[in-house]
Design a protein around this ligand. Structure first.
Ligand SMILES: C[S@@+](CC[C@H](N)C(=O)[O-])C[C@H]1O[C@@H](n2cnc3c(N)ncnc32)[C@H](O)[C@@H]1O
Length: 461
């Protein structure tokens, strides 16, 4: 467990030593597995490896600035029973202790723990990585360009980074409130006292403050749920910056990186989400894609974080028309297995021609499916094992038997896939790649196993 002594912001380290983030209780691991938005490996595979990320190979993953362990635990669970490993890196020992305790509860032994700064990656001798998660870290560095450059230097030749950084407009209220806190001075005041002031202010804010009426309003309920670590991270951080889409592209290009895609709130990067006027849409449509996304972000004003994959080159996209690929319903974010079952029942009974808007509480998202005569059949035959070719043959046979006239099934699948994949409810993987684990399989990994006599193993810390 090396401890590189050198490069980090002392106040940032001090904050995360006192307030490990996000606040987590290791005992909760027995009850649930937390999913992190960009780290479902099926999703990484779909966006970045043409659906061919094969966990039977020695996949190496780095979680840079791993905090209290959400991503490291989720990724290590997915690699459980496979040869790959996760390397966790953070400057905060207190955070690492919590992450390690969570791994112990889950009996995970495929995480290597490293205490140190991501700026020291070249000296830490960690090797290179197929996937690097760096979520909520780079915007806290003095020099995010250097931070990104150094982190990306650890990528394997076709490796990719999953990054989350703050987005500017959706955080307007947060910066407004940070300024309010600065008006109180308080450099020499005890943190506990400042926290008290912050709490009182949050509860006294008039409804005209952007934190209350801005793009992401802080409701009284949300305010009451804020833990000290949340307040410190949001409002008292010694160093934090946010990016517009244009700034994001400039940042990536200055590090010779290409954006693969945004993977969270994807519709908010689409001008059609905010604009009805067809003339205006035509005008926007003639602009380069990054500019279209920047316009959508600016018009919506409600993106508060950018979650995306990036790499040294843009990987080729998996071909939706390739009959050898396997479509599968992804039950990680946002669709649970139960929600998918309900959806399937609903779609199979829904009137043809109807547009259904489906809402998923877990991912707090919704999408629309146009029900065609064959939608129900696709739902019936997509089982996560059959190739698209086999599915289409089955749908064709049943459609014919039901008297449905000569449907263009490739086109129908493409449309269904477009509607469902934007929220990652339906994904594709290569034919030779085994299925990625479902939520139930992942969580079963840490459940106490039953002895033959029926006694459960205890699962303490
Ligand atoms: C907001 S927390 C995010 C934690 C985690 N990535 C997550 O998303 O749950 C930021 C983390 O970055 C770590 N950090 C900040 N600067 C760092 C650096 N230079 N090298 C490694 N970790 C750093 C902090 O200690 C903290 O644990």
């Amino acid at each position: 467990m090396p401890d590189s002594s050198s490069r980090y912001h002392p106040a940032v380290r001090a904050q995360y030593e006192s307030f490990p983030y996000p606040p987590r209780n290791p005992a909760d691991e027995l009850a649930r597995l937390l999913l992190t938005e960009m780290d479902a490996l099926g999703k990484v595979s779909y966006y970045c490896f043409q659906g061919r990320l094969d966990l039977r190979e020695n996949i190496r993953i780095l979680v840079a600035g791993g905090g209290t362990g959400d991503a490291a635990i989720f990724l290590a669970e997915q690699l459980r029973g496979h040869p790959g490993e996760v390397v966790y890196l953070d400057i905060s020992r207190a955070s690492m202790e919590i992450a390690m305790a969570r791994a112990r509860v889950r009996k995970l032994d495929n995480i290597r723990w490293v205490s140190g700064s991501l700026l020291d990656i070249p000296q830490l001798d960690l090797g290179c990585f197929d996937y690097i998660n760096c979520s909520g870290v780079l915007h806290h560095l003095e020099d995010p360009v250097e931070g990104l450059r150094v982190t990306a230097s650890a990528l394997a030749p076709r490796g990719v980074l999953g990054i989350m950084v703050y987005a500017k407009y959706g955080r307007t209220g947060v910066y407004h409130f940070q300024e309010l806190m600065r008006l109180f001075g308080g450099e020499d005041t005890e943190l506990a006292e400042i926290l008290g002031v912050a709490r009182s202010l949050i509860h006294s804010l008039p409804n005209t403050h952007t934190l209350k009426c801005g793009p992401i309003p802080l409701t009284s309920q949300k305010a009451a749920e804020l833990e000290d670590a949340d307040i410190v991270d949001l409002f008292l951080h010694p160093q934090d910056r946010a990016y517009t889409v244009s700034e994001l592209y400039d940042w990536l290009h200055s590090c010779n990186l290409e954006l693969v895609d945004f993977v969270c709130s994807r519709h908010l990067y689409e001008p059609e989400t905010h604009v009805d006027d067809s003339q205006l849409l035509g005008l926007i449509g003639r602009l380069p894609r990054p500019q279209q996304q920047a316009i959508a972000e600016n018009m919506g004003g409600n993106l508060y974080k950018h979650v995306f994959y990036t790499g040294k080159a843009t990987p080729r996209r998996i071909d939706v028309d390739d009959l050898n690929n396997i479509p599968y319903f992804c039950d990680l974010v946002p669709l649970s297995a139960e929600e998918r079952r309900l959806l399937q029942e609903y779609v199979m009974a829904a009137p043809i021609g109807r547009k259904c808007r489906l809402h998923f509480p877990r991912g707090n998202s919704s999408f629309e499916i146009q029900i065609t005569p064959t939608t129900g059949l696709f739902f019936r035959f997509i089982d996560g094992q059959r190739t698209l070719g086999k599915i289409i043959k089955l749908v064709q046979r049943h459609a014919r038997a039901a008297g449905i006239q000569r449907p263009d099934l490739k086109k129908e699948f493409r449309q269904l896939f477009r509607q469902m994949s934007c929220k990652h409810a339906l994904l594709l993987r290569g034919r030779t790649v085994p299925a990625y684990k479902t939520y139930a399989e992942l969580q079963a990994g840490c459940k106490p196993r039953r002895h033959p006599e029926g006694l459960a193993e205890s699962g303490g810390l």
